[in-house]
Ligand binder design. Sequence first.
Ligand SMILES: NC(=O)c1ccc[n+]([C@@H]2O[C@H](COP(=O)([O-])OP(=O)(O)OC[C@H]3O[C@@H](n4cnc5c(N)ncnc54)[C@H](O)[C@@H]3O)[C@@H](O)[C@H]2O)c1
Ligand SMILES: [Zn+2]
Length: 680
Amino acid sequence: MTKDLFDETPSASLEQQQRATYLRDLLTRYNREYYELDEPSVPDAEYDRLFRELQQLEQSYPELQHADSPTQKVGGQALDAFSQVTHETPMLSLDNAFSEDEFDAFAKRVAERLDSASDVAFCCEPKLDGAAVSILYENGKLVRAATRGDGQTGEDITANVRTIRNVPLQLLEDFPERLEVRGEVFMPIHAFEQYNERAAAAGEKTFANPRNAAAGSLRQLDSRMTARRPLHFYAYSMGVVSPDADLAATHFDRLHQLQRWGLPISEEIKLVSEAAGCHAYYQDILQRRDSLRYEIDGIVLKVNSIALQSDLGFVSRAPRWAIAWKFPAQEELTVIRGVDFQVGRTGAITPVARLEPVAVGGVTVSNATLHNADEIERLDIRMGDTVIIRRAGDVIPQVVQVVHERRPENAEQIVFPQHCPVCESHIERAEGEAVARCTGGLICAAQRREALKHFASRKAMDIDGLGDKLIEQLVERDWVKSPADLYRLRVRELAHLPRMGEKSAEKIVAAIAASKETTLPRFLYALGIREVGEATAANLASHFSELSLISTADIEALEQVTDVGGVVASHIYQFFREPHNQQVIEELLELGIVWPAVKKIAESEATLAGNTYVLTGTLTQMTRDEAKQALQAKGAKVSGSVSAKTTAVIAGDNAGSKLTKAEQLGVTILSEADLIDLLK
Ligand SMILES: NC(=O)c1ccc[n+]([C@@H]2O[C@H](COP(=O)([O-])OP(=O)(O)OC[C@H]3O[C@@H](n4cnc5c(N)ncnc54)[C@H](O)[C@@H]3O)[C@@H](O)[C@H]2O)c1
Ligand SMILES: [Zn+2]
């Protein structure tokens, strides 16, 4: 194709025309999702990039310009479900700057247009990330509130805005007869987190970010729903005001006028005397971004003089006298390349997504937590998916949602492993629990530290002087990999550790050796089997009396033990099925761990075998513990809760709810005297 040398405006290629149409359609759909449904499918950063691209195409090729292009419009349509409000003056959007250069270009344009020799003062404000509202006061009373809608027509949300606690229903003295206030409704971060936690627990819909939460809450059809959402409001400008009102001549002063009339404004608003001051403001707020109570996506800089604002005027969708200087995006698009399964210090398995590295919130992120198997299912994530990831503040990056339309064909399902990636032990997930865990508590390198601390602790093997710090040193040096290795430590080695002399090393080795003489309950407890505390360990010991009987018992047999339910029984069962755990136990026994035999009840003495008792209230002849031991010595089970399986409830003085429950279930009730008879 030959190019006409005299034609100054080149014409768009077919490809560019198609691209422009594609972008217009796509952005129109994204607008609908964002403004009308409060459910965007891509992050703002992606929207902004596509918007820019379309803007640039339209600028380079004027024939591509369209009156109904998203670049010429504000917001989205008002929903029919609300009655509509026509704005007396349009509610506009803001132009964006994404870099210092872009801000400087804006400041230069302003100066040139104003032909001003002197510096222009700017009012600097945080750009709150919520939803714009217009609130009308007549004779000081709140009479109407509306969303921005498409800028011309918004939705009547008066009832909802009335529920926002810091929006005054009545203005304070001196107010103009008629006053329209414009500002942002947003949800403070901690309120957003609390809201989501509660919604998730109740199985309700959660919001991806505080902006969607605010916009969605504001447009509830039932204002009682809005009232339950912790929304907040800050005013940022005046709309129409009675002509006779005595208004200040600058934007900054007008904001403080609003404040005097009782309207809340942000505490971060600042006046600077020239464009350079905006740079410092940007840096200052950016640095403090993560410590603010609310989310902001940038700052807004406005020419302070109202007269100069009028001189500058507007373009189709935004004023020429203001700009939004955006911060690095906190949400971005990226692709899931793989999933790693990390093992935490307590054996919890956390799936972590490996991402195509992407800049979010000012840093490059290449991992994001997926929390657990439920979360993978809830998000419906597959390998190769394009996802929105979010990194706000110091919080670990999260995957917020999958962009389903970008899923590649044959995207593979993420399979949760059956075996620990660190030690290859079996992974188990208790019923009703979100977290899956490695069962190799004794040998898993990932859990070593915690397992050893527990093993040595006072109520377990009670090893004097083997504190947390020392254990950490031993683990770091790889001297101790399992509890058995503790008994192989030598004075010579230990004495090499920093701040450890020969004397203290000797003491510790002696203390470790002394711990070999223990009791079966202590030893069981020291193994760190999930949910096996001291009491359960003691019950196990007295029920089975021998370790080999416990380690080979099936779940049914384990459930016979006092206070051992299905979940605990399966933890115990799994633990002893793990070959690594068996091996460590064998080593420990070979290294000389011993305990006095637990007296097995002779069958002739087990007169109460098969019976389950519950003790409640205060006994006078003995303590409850003594009663319990006496019953157990006769082969009975003693349980903490009453059920239909309970043989009898033994009620002392002031027995409470357990007695009531027994009565309800028709369980036999015995007195202390009956108990004494029973024990004879
Ligand atoms: N993810 C998506 O699919 C999607 C779709 C549409 C729009 N968007 C996002 O929304 C942006 C466009 O939205 P917009 O037209 O509301 O513009 P904007 O959010 O860029 O700026 C205008 C808005 O800023 C708000 N604002 C906050 N603090 C302010 C202050 N101190 N002074 C004045 N205004 C203040 C007001 O609500 C105002 O309407 C896009 O840049 C994009 O990030 C995203
Ligand atoms: Zn493991």
